[in-house]
Write a protein that binds this ligand. Structure first.
Ligand SMILES: Cc1ncc(COP(=O)(O)O)c(C=O)c1O
Length: 360
């Protein structure tokens, strides 16, 4: 029997989520974030759909950008972490990328550029990962001006706490970037991630950078994607490969962590942490069997999980299973496993085929 475990990707839902992002930030243009293999959904098909909606895509690495160009995608591509070594500049130039720069060390190699490269300056407004300090932005820009191959097009920063609507840091970061911008009125700014789309006021930067919301996951703590008007894009599916009756007192799986209190029927599903299903999902995590919500029982193994079939007594070998998607929300599974949808989506392993559906 061929393995049935797969991730179905609804490209129409992806498009609809992108349009929702546009509705929420009507005065901004959008760089759609497709890094990490389109948040696990398959880089090229996802990028092709989004390239039909916006003319700018965003990735983290040159390898990702190369895949986009090899796939025939001609949109502007912003390279979020910029270059790491001198040799990267030739790839940036050949692939026509727009790197984000955060440090003078990245300039080595740019003196040899023969075509003009548009660059963004990353400003540290409080995240304290990458970025030029606000007081140093003007001097950094001045340094870039001495490189004829570089043309500064914008200022970019990233929110640290926008997932919490009440966190005052978001306002402070926004004000900080606005202050920097006053000295550079000719430059565009890019700030809003997905979460900022749901803030009041709506984002008013020149360029937003929606990521997780495009894929249907919530960017805000304490809510779900569907509650924010987003559609699930990935349905992670499998099927039952064995059923078994357990007597009261019998356990299931490694460590015998789950023990039946009463006689019950359980099913084994052909998916595990080797596929990217989270090993830390506890007993009780919802799993839909033939459209009925059931519960995960026992530890997640590499290739299998067990489910209690009390809610779906008619289920037999071959019954379809949804790990997340429409019957079980990804935010719900993420919450149970103590993580976020971003990690679950990007963690679906290469062993799981992505099946793209909908209008390409
Ligand atoms: C610099 C940058 N911008 C935008 C995004 C998109 O964020 P989100 O997926 O929360 O919308 C990310 C995601 O990690 C990022 O690193």
């Amino acid at each position: 029997m061929p393995r049935h475990t797969r991730a179905r990707i609804d490209l129409d839902a992806l498009r609809s989520n992108f349009r929702r992002a546009r509705e929420l930030a009507p005065h901004s243009a959008s760089m759609a974030v497709v890094k990490a293999d389109g948040y696990g959904h398959g880089l090229e098909p996802v990028a092709r759909v989004l390239a039909g909606e916006t003319d700018c895509l965003t990735v983290a690495t040159i390898g990702e950008a190369k895949r986009l160009r090899d796939g025939g995608i001609e949109s502007a591509i912003v390279l979020l972490e910029g270059v790491h070594e001198a040799a990267d500049w030739s790839a940036v130039s050949e692939l026509g990328l727009h790197p984000v720069l955060h440090s003078p060390h990245q300039l080595a190699g740019s003196e040899a550029l023969d075509a003009e490269v548009p660059v963004w300056i990353k400003c540290n407004t409080g995240m304290n990962r990458l970025g030029v300090e606000p007081r140093d932005v003007a001097a950094f820009r001045q340094r870039l001006a001495f490189r004829p191959g570089l043309r500064v097009v914008g200022l970019l920063s990233h929110y640290a706490c926008a997932d919490d609507l009440r966190d005052p840091m978001t306002r402070r970061q926004k004000e900080c970037l606005q202050r920097i911008r006053r000295d550079h009125p000719d430059l565009q700014v890019s700030l809003a991630n997905s979460a900022a789309h749901f803030h009041d006021p709506a984002p008013d930067c020149d360029w937003t950078r929606p990521g997780i919301m495009l894929y249907g996951g919530t960017p805000l703590i304490g809510t779900t994607g569907p509650a924010l008007g987003l559609k699930p894009v990935m349905s992670l599916e499998s099927r039952i490969i064995a059923v078994r009756d357990l007597g009261a007192g019998e356990s299931v799986g490694y460590g015998a962590t789950w023990v039946a209190e009463a006689p019950c029927r359980m099913g084994i599903v052909e998916i595990g942490y080797g596929d990217g299903y989270p090993r830390h999902a506890p007993s009780g995590t919802p799993v839909a069997v033939a459209g009925q919500r059931c519960k995960l029982i026992g530890r997640v193994s590499m290739d299998m999980i067990a489910v209690d079939l009390s809610q779906c007594p008619g289920a037999e070998v071959g019954a379809p299973v949804e790990l997340w998607g429409h019957h079980v929300g990804i935010d719900e599974v993420a919450g149970m496993a103590g993580t976020i949808s971003y990690e679950l989506l990007t963690g679906v392993s290469p062993r799981v085929p992505r099946v793209h559906e909908g209008d390409r």
